[in-house]
Design a binder for this molecule. Structure first.
Ligand SMILES: Cc1ncc(COP(=O)(O)O)c(C=O)c1O
Length: 393
């Protein structure tokens, strides 16, 4: 793991302990002339409803609340609109500056420095950054093709005495896996029995191809007696630049989360909140999602086909933005990455998602985002990867 450069300025232990986000570190490579980047989880510009958002921005500009301080938990009209999307009560909703702030607030609400949080062994790296910033240890839990393994989770709960479990059960990042409804129920029952609170990070939920995913852990929690904080986002389905997400939490937690948010940023941007409200009120969102799903489905198929032809072992996914591929056998992974970059194609090496920091099996995998490029560029990217694989064998 790479750490930020030592500094002569006196720094907190948290600031010094913060690992560099390995995905953000790829940005300069992605910006190289002619590079096709499959590395970052960025929604496609053409999966963004520019016309609808420009109109929403105009409507937002006419709303005085776009320019004023507002309530920390979010504009009440937006809280109602977001609650309506998931069939919840507005009181459960706290508007956040992206799901990323939700991760931060959830961890800081539940954990003290020195505590442990259970996480999937292949983990979205910015969650690792939050845990490091809070002095919290990540305890990795083994996964299979269906997501977290419940026997491994049970053992990890016993071993770690963790207070919370963080996971992305729907179209996980990086694996793309979906926890089945049965496994969701068993996971919630286990967490209820052992007093572990579940943080459900769910930014990809809307991006399904053929059929909606199983009910969320938040929706199922009550029937299983479990406690869940859910994190949602407008980033992947509307636009990431808005930086608007939301948390769903029970009434014993919402005042504490809101107080921590107030200490952090007072409120999320009023202009962005009013833009999301205007966009949701315009009635364009549902139609737009249908288009985005079809676009991503076609791109998934194209990328997967190209990767299989190039010798990668890559299961299909049923939504989200990522394929998680085992690299071709007998290939030096470091050499493949360098050669791929030299050929003009970038991907996210598996090691970037290693929650244990120990290396091992995960380094034999890589994450490929199918969302950000059109089918023609994806074909070009996999041709370049095939060439890189040949040169690295
Ligand atoms: C699993 C996961 N959680 C949270 C985020 C952050 O999302 P947002 O843009 O809503 O802050 C991402 C973004 O890639 C993600 O993949």
């Amino acid at each position: 793991m790479t750490y930020l450069a030592p500094h002569t300025t006196p720094l907190s232990r948290a600031a010094m302990a913060l690992p560099e986000n390995p995905l953000r570190a790829l940005y300069p490579l992605a910006a190289r002339d002619g590079m096709i980047s499959l590395a970052n989880g960025h929604p496609s510009p053409d999966a963004c409803d520019h016309v609808g958002l420009r109109d929403a921005l105009d409507a937002a500009a006419a709303d005085p609340m776009a320019w004023r301080y507002g309530p920390t938990a979010g504009d009440p009209r937006l809280r109602r609109a977001l609650a309506h999307l998931s069939g919840d009560q507005p009181d459960s909703v706290i508007v956040t500056s992206g799901a990323q702030q939700g991760i931060d607030l959830a961890i800081r609400t539940l954990c003290d420095p020195g505590d442990t949080v259970l996480v999937p062994e292949a983990l979205y790296p910015a969650t690792l950054s939050v845990l490091a910033a809070c002095g919290v240890t990540a305890h990795p839990v083994r996964e299979d093709a269906g997501g977290l393994c419940l026997n491994a989770l049970e053992q990890a709960i016993q071993d770690s005495k963790a207070r919370a479990l963080y996971l992305t059960p729907t179209f996980g990042n990086p694996t793309g896996s979906v926890l089945s409804e049965d496994r969701r129920g068993a996971l919630l029952a286990l967490c209820a029995r052992t007093g572990v609170l579940v943080i459900e990070d769910d930014p990809y939920r809307d991006l399904w191809f053929d059929a909606p995913p199983p009910p969320s852990l938040w929706e199922m929690a009550g029937a299983c007696g479990a406690r869940v904080i859910a994190l949602r986002s407008c980033s992947k389905s509307i636009a990431p630049g808005l930086r608007i997400g939301w948390m769903l939490a029970t009434s014993d937690l919402t005042p504490h989360i809101t107080a921590l948010k107030q200490a952090s940023d007072l409120q999320s941007s009023g202009t962005a909140q009013m833009t999301v409200l205007a966009y949701l009120s315009s009635g364009r969102f549902d139609d737009w999602l249908v288009k985005a799903r079809a676009l991503y489905r076609a791109r998934h198929d194209a990328l997967r086909e190209g990767l299989v032809e190039a010798g990668f072992d890559v299961p299909a996914v049923t939504g989200g933005m990522f394929l998680w591929a085992r690299l071709p056998k007998h290939i030096d992974t470091a050499r493949l990455f360098e050669t791929a970059v030299a050929q003009g194609v970038l991907y996210a090496p598996g090691a970037a998602f290693d929650a244990s920091g120990q290396g091992g099996e995960i380094a034999l995998y890589a994450r490929f985002c199918f969302a950000s490029n059109d089918v023609k560029s994806l074909k070009q990217a996999t041709d370049r990867l095939a060439q890189a694989a040949r040169l690295s064998a």
